[in-house]
Design a protein around this ligand. Structure first.
Ligand code: PMP
Length: 378
């Protein structure tokens, strides 16, 4: 045995032993208590399952679009940093959405990142974020991460917006930031536009109208951006077939965008995403066709779920359906045993008791779900 491989020497080269307790103490000393208290955002594994839990578009890319994507990705210079401003992608979005030239556009690694960027920029001493409750969970979490005070204003029992309560909370809290999911996740409904206008008039800070589900809804605030000085419209390509690409965008008057851009990490939209976005948005007809198919399936799913024993189906302007059943956890588990994954919202919020959120799938996937539900809900 050579001297170098002697057990004594090998041991002496190891870093000094750390007891887990010492590490835990150090972590507890420096990591903020409110961060230590929460758990990581859990994404369930769904290998081999019919996946109806995450509001994804169930359709693959059309073959011609896939070819265009492959060719575009092959040309990417991955040895270089991406264009920090992602100018070509922003121009493509401007053209596609007819965003007026006087409005600014900010891109994010998904709209999740933009939510965090907005919260970080507005999280001044004592600043408050306000949102209807229940709504998208990342609002509250981003407030926590940014160190902002969060105030949720309870929806009514039928999930409609309690406008007097919202206006009263705005008056009382003077929030720096309001998030309005339009339509709302996880309830699926769209607030009356006059309610959102009343909130815009009452608010003294920034109002984010989050239109993640715009493709499945009958209304939008995008064209109001230039007119409303405190409005930011947030969108994502995730629900229209590109969730894996991670691209979200914010549209507001340039004064807001200029400040938010200072918080954005320099290369937050990577070169592969930029190239993919340009290739995929070159022609948007496939997006419109798939979204129309999802809307039609949503109508079919809603009426079929309504016919089952003991269900209450809430009206949806999204690509998912919220349904209250007799025992949500039992149905969730029984569906999972049949390799169908939906979202169990029971326990999330008192108003969501016994509720499941079911993403609209392909016709075949929806048939499988409906057959299983008919069997299980007798
Ligand atoms: N806003 C709302 C209302 C959502 O439901 C979601 C996704 N669940 C997002 C934003 C985030 O979307 P992404 O990060 O994929 O762009």
């Amino acid at each position: 045995m050579s001297r170098d491989s002697s057990p004594v020497r090998a041991t002496s080269r190891r870093p000094p032993a750390r007891s887990p307790l010492q590490v835990a103490e150090r972590v507890a000393r420096v990591v903020r208590p409110e961060i230590r208290e929460v758990s990581s955002y859990a994404v369930p594994k769904a290998d081999g399952m019919i996946k109806l839990d995450a509001m994804e578009n169930p359709y693959p890319l059309p073959a011609s679009v896939r070819e265009r994507l492959g060719a575009a990705l092959a040309r990417v210079a991955v040895n270089r940093y991406p264009d920090g401003g992602a100018d070509a992608v922003r121009d493509a979005l401007r053209r596609r959405l007819e965003i007026p030239a006087e409005c600014g556009v900010l891109l994010g690694n998904g709209s999740d990142e933009l939510i965090q960027i907005i919260a970080s920029a507005l999280a001044g001493e004592g600043a408050t974020m306000l949102a209807p409750d229940p709504s998208f969970v990342m609002y509250r979490r981003s407030a926590l991460i940014a160190g902002m005070h969060f105030v949720g204003v309870a929806l009514k029992r039928d999930f409609s917006l309690d406008l007097p309560a919202m206006l009263e909370a705005i008056e009382r809290e003077q929030p720096a930031l309001i998030f309005i999911a339009y339509p709302n996740n996880p309830t699926g409904n769209l607030w009356p536009s006059r309610d959102v206008e009343a909130i815009l008039s009452a608010a003294t800070g920034l109002v984010v109208v989050d239109e993640a589900y715009y493709a499945f809804a009958d209304a939008s605030f995008l064209s109001a951006v230039g007119r409303e000085p405190n409005l930011l419209v947030l969108r994502t390509v995730s629900k229209v077939g590109m969730a894996g690409m991670r691209l979200g965008y914010a549209v507001a008057v340039p004064e807001w965008i200029a400040e938010l851009d200072k918080v954005r990490p320099p290369y937050n939209v990577n070169a592969l995403t930029q190239a993919a976005a340009l290739a995929l948005l070159e022609d948007a007809s496939w997006i419109a066709e798939q979204s129309a198919a999802i809307r039609a399936e949503r109508t079919r799913l809603e009426s079929a779920l309504r016919r089952l024993t003991g269900t209450t189906v809430f009206p949806s302007q999204t690509n998912f359906v919220l349904v209250r059943v007799a025992d949500a956890s039992a149905l969730f588990e029984a569906l999972r045993a049949r390799r169908i994954l939906v979202k169990n919202l029971h326990g999330w919020h008192p108003l969501l008791a016994q509720c499941l959120r079911i993403t609209v799938g392909t016709p075949e996937e929806n048939d499988a779900l409906l057959a299983a539900c008919a069997d299980l809900c007798r």
